[in-house]
Design a protein around this ligand. Structure first.
Ligand code: FAD
Ligand code: 2HG
Ligand code: ZN
Length: 467
């Protein structure tokens, strides 16, 4: 009997695309959190859109299921196989194809890594305004498929707001080309939005046209210390008012900073004493001393209000990077320190202080968990991590997950929040979707899935519990 790999290779008839060496396949079959993994016979690594379409048609003909994969930094288990699916890696579609200066748009392959796009645009005085800690690995296709957020949503929005055009390979192998560069194009249903945030269940994104922006003349970065978490909503209001060019507003609680220091003992912490929370602010300003002085004055007025009690202001790019390394370092430290249950939620900003306390209480009640809270304060987006404490077995740790999720998401729903602020639903949250979306909405989503992928070939099991 011929194997799947042999049948697929024969069907594709193209060299160098099928990767089936077990040692090489392994990295594609486990996710970043090490929580989700599965078997796969092989990885397909096409070089361009036409090859992607051929891969999709070949899998369709052989009745094989596909998991599209970008940088494999997703945090909800949707980028790795679960039960023998083939992984379709977009990594080789990694060309930055064209920068159009007049429209400030850039056309890229789905496999372009975010950091590479940042570097490329910087060379022509522009920026791509989505940024996140996984920038060195996550890819544009994956970011579109998850509608990634990150640290600049406050000013520029998610991926959705940056996507002008898309090229997508549908489940039957059709290539849907809408590489639109126009900002204004009201010609019927805007189909690209179906694929933004679709987590690979509706089609394979192969190229995109993205909106770039002129690079800000100067960035002012500071870390503020907060004496009480109760006043975070007031601080948010005042910062939005005083710093009109605010581009990032992030929050890290003390316990997260403590973990960071445990994992990175060499790291120098910005304040000599500890505070219940620290807040990172970044403002885009004009260049020059007067703009800098204006930032410092406006920041001083925030300190005078007592909403923040201490501040470290970056004097150079290196110091700004050091401040940001604390924020990025927390996510990294969690993954290095052990297993964690991740809950990425949004709550109305006014509800945030009580919500933070409630999360700590839930963690305490569940027992033998360490609760870490941080996130995108400006968006009301809290990352709740409940980490395995030493002594708690892996099985006992995992067993706590479902009850915790039910409690946390139930609480979020009562606050009219969202059970997924930015990471998506994937496998991890599909059983809880009803906390944020109505039955009618989920039925319509299923209908769209059925229309575009009637045989449920693309990412089966993602988003919905049964297809
Ligand atoms: P993958 O993980 O490979 O895939 C994610 C999903 O997209 C899967 O469902 C996959 O099937 C699908 N997919 C991938 N490529 C395609 C394609 N071309 N066509 C169709 N479907 C596709 N996320 C945020 O939103 N904000 C953050 O601040 C943030 N910070 C992070 C920090 C760290 C350290 C890490 C590890 C992750 C972080 N994430 C964050 C999560 C993650 O980086 C994002 O979800 C990112 O958009 C995933 O991109 P990727 O290329 O790695 O996609
Ligand atoms: C971040 O903002 C990411 O750092 C990851 O969205 C959050 O690790 C997490 O829980
Ligand atoms: Zn985040």
């Amino acid at each position: 009997m011929t194997s799947v790999v042999e049948r697929l290779s024969a069907e594709l008839g193209m060299g160098g695309i099928v990767l089936s060496e077990r040692t090489e396949v392994a990295a594609y079959a486990i996710d970043w959190t090490k929580k989700f993994s599965g078997e796969t016979p092989c990885i397909l690594r096409p070089h361009n859109t036409e090859e992607v379409a051929r891969c999709v048609r070949a899998c369709g003909k052989l009745g094989l299921k596909l998991v599209p994969q970008g940088g494999n930094t997703g945090l909800v288990g949707a980028s790795v196989p679960r039960g023998g699916e083939i992984v379709l890696s977009l990594s080789r579609l990694n060309k930055i194809e064209e920068f159009d200066e007049a429209s400030a748009t850039v056309q890229v392959g789905a496999g372009v890594v975010l950091q590479a796009l940042h570097d490329d645009l910087a060379a022509c005085g522009h920026v791509f305004p989505v940024d996140l800690g996984a920038r060195g690995s996550c890819q544009i296709g994956g970011m579109i498929a998850t509608n990634a957020g990150g640290i600049k949503v406050l000013r520029y929005g998610h991926m959705r707001e940056q996507v002008l055009g898309l090229e997508v390979v549908l489940a039957d192998g059709t290539i849907l080309n809408n590489l639109n560069k126009l900002r204004k194009n009201n010609t019927g249903l805007d189909l690209k939005h179906l694929f933004v945030g679709s987590e690979g269940v509706l089609g394979i994104i192969t190229r995109a046209v993205l909106q770039a922006r002129p690079a800000p003349q100067a960035l002012q970065t500071a870390l503020l210390a907060v004496e009480t978490r109760d006043r975070l909503p007031e601080l948010l209001t005042v910062l939005r008012d005083k710093l009109r060019g605010l581009s990032s507003l992030e929050m890290i609680t003390q316990e997260s900073i403590t973990l960071y220091k445990e994992v990175e003992p060499e790291a120098r912490l910005p304040f000599e004493r500890s505070y219940p929370a620290c807040v990172i602010v970044e403002e885009e300003t004009g260049a020059g001393e007067s703009e800098r002085n204006s930032f410092l004055e406006r920041l001083s007025s925030v300190l005078e209000s007592g909403l923040a009690v201490d501040a470290v202001v970056a004097e150079s790019d290196t110091q700004a990077r050091r401040i940001w390394s604390l924020r990025d370092g927390v996510t990294e430290a969690i993954s290095r320190a052990g297993l964690t249950h991740k809950f990425d939620v949004t709550v109305p900003p006014a509800a945030m202080p009580a919500f933070l306390d409630q999360m700590e209480a839930f963690g305490e009640e569940a027992g033998e968990l360490r609760t870490l809270l941080f996130g995108h304060l400006g968006d009301g987006n809290i990352h709740v991590n409940m980490m395995q404490m030493p002594g708690l077995s892996q099985a006992a740790f995992y067993a706590k997950g479902p009850a915790l999720a039910e409690r946390i998401y139930g609480h979020v729903a009562k606050l009219h929040g969202s059970i997924s602020a930015e990471h998506g639903i994937g496998i991890a949250k599909r059983g809880y979707l009803h906390h944020s979306r109505s039955t009618e909405e989920v039925d319509l989503m299923r209908g769209v899935k059925h229309l575009l992928d009637p045989d449920c070939m693309l990412n089966p099991g993602v988003l919905f519990e049964s297809n």
